[in-house]
Design a protein around this ligand. Structure first.
Ligand SMILES: [Zn+2]
Ligand SMILES: [Zn+2]
Ligand SMILES: [Zn+2]
Length: 313
């Protein structure tokens, strides 16, 4: 049974999940479990959400209070789902037409709504792992959603920073960044649409890290319901640039939404892309300074990377 454990040195929870080690790394017998006609993929569908067969977190475990001053270890209560993007095994984000893009984003919203309401859930993290170079076990394009009983540390840090600026200057950190970039006609902007902007942030940790910011101050996909197609289009634009630029398209995309518990008026929903390359084909490894100190050395300037990504399409 997977468990969560508290690391008192870092003040954060980890998930211990030995069962997942036995999951298949590639399709077995050349049968893709996400292609239509498999046991779990019968019937008519365009986008399909399945329970993760190798869940790190499960709603079958009993929820328990994650008060780290009392309990340091407990069953990994939560949920873990997979969103299969398309019936077509080879259709990736960059290949989709508007209709499919909209269906995929609508499904991300629907699953978010469902898990956001689950009792005992503190955070719903939606993400996509893409490419064998990031260890993706199945090629068929899919996203993942995990509902976690605690707020992940990266989100905690962003929350704390957002709250600080909100309290001291009554501004939102992302609204401020969007305004500054927009006003200055920044060299870091990749694309602007009516409601969104994609850019390599001033503070990017990775050479080709791209963030997508809604121009309106919204906290989750729920408030973006009317703009899901446009959001999907700017995601597709980003992924297309990566597909053109890198020899292998390999990245992690994460939706940074507000937590499922508490009030966070200062939170600004956004999407972050972390490609694993330092240039077109050389892998970026996290070395001693990154892993040992959590200090990132960016091998390129965000301005130069944004220029390369702008010019590739
Ligand atoms: Zn498939
Ligand atoms: Zn904002
Ligand atoms: Zn973020």
């Amino acid at each position: 049974m997977s468990r969560v454990r508290f690391n008192p040195m870092l003040g954060e929870w980890i998930i211990v999940t030995k069962e997942r080690a036995s999951r298949p790394f590639q399709e077995q017998d050349h049968k893709c479990p996400f292609c239509p006609g498999q046991p779990e993929t019968q019937g008519n569908w365009d986008v399909l959400t399945l329970d993760n067969k190798f869940p790190a977190l499960s709603p079958d475990f009993p929820p328990f209070p994650l008060d780290s001053s009392i309990i340091m270890d407990g069953p990994a209560y939560g949920a873990s789902k997979v969103i299969v993007y398309s019936r077509d095994h080879n259709e990736q984000f960059e290949d989709m037409d508007d209709k499919q893009i909209q269906l995929v984003l609508q499904e991300y919203l629907r699953v978010f709504r469902e898990l956001d309401k689950l009792k005992g859930i503190a955070y719903v993290l939606e993400f996509e792992n893409r490419g064998q170079a990031v260890g993706v076990s199945l090629d068929h394009a899919h996203g993942q959603v995990i509902a976690i009983p605690f707020i992940p540390p990266r989100i905690e840090r962003e929350l704390a920073q957002s709250r600080k600026l909100w309290e001291s200057e009554s501004t939102c950190i992302v609204c401020k960044a969007v305004e500054n970039e927009f006003k200055s006609g920044s060299p870091r902007i990749i694309k602007q649409t009516k409601h969104f902007m994609s850019l390599v942030p001033f503070y990017a940790r990775l050479p080709y890290e791209v963030h997508i910011y809604p121009r309106k101050h919204v906290a989750s996909l729920i408030e973006l319901e009317d703009h899901l197609l446009e959001l999907g289009q700017i995601i597709r634009d980003t992924v297309k640039r990566y597909a053109e630029f890198f020899e292998e398209n390999a990245y992690v995309m994460a939706f940074h939404t507000r937590p499922s518990v508490g009030e966070h008026p200062y939170w600004h929903f956004h999407i972050e892309f972390y490609p694993i390359w330092r240039d077109r084909k050389t892998r970026k490894y996290l070395g001693g300074i990154e892993t040992g100190g959590w200090t990132y050395m960016n091998d390129s300037t965000p301005e130069e990377s944004a220029k390369e990504l702008r010019e590739v399409v």
